[in-house]
Design a protein around this ligand. Sequence first.
Ligand SMILES: [Zn+2]
Length: 135
Amino acid sequence: MKERITRFMQGRYGIDQFTNFLVFAALIMLIIEMFIKVPVIRFLFNVLSVAAIFYSYFRILSRNHSKRFAENERYMKFHNNIKFFIAREKSHMQQRKTHHIYKCPNCKQSIRVPKGKGRIAITCPKCHTEFVKRS
Ligand SMILES: [Zn+2]
């Protein structure tokens, strides 16, 4: 039996990050679906989660490695963008406790200024424009 599975899986693409994401997304949609009262939306979530599961099976069993690899690359790019965005927002939020972040009126460069120093003149490090703000 194990041998038959091994033979069946030979040359197949297998699991990658994108498949993991699809399965995870399907699971989340199935959970959300349980709380939805509107039949049309419920149906939509049902169809989407089933489609995601079918698609992940299709990808695991696929023999077209280069196409699946390209899909995964695209997914990873998207994944990293989101990760980068969240990390940046998080660090901004932490900085906002102790710092103000102003934009240079001339070149739109973000400038970090410590809080609680009263009225201060800020010189843009990029274009050297000077502007006054309360910190
Ligand atoms: Zn500037």
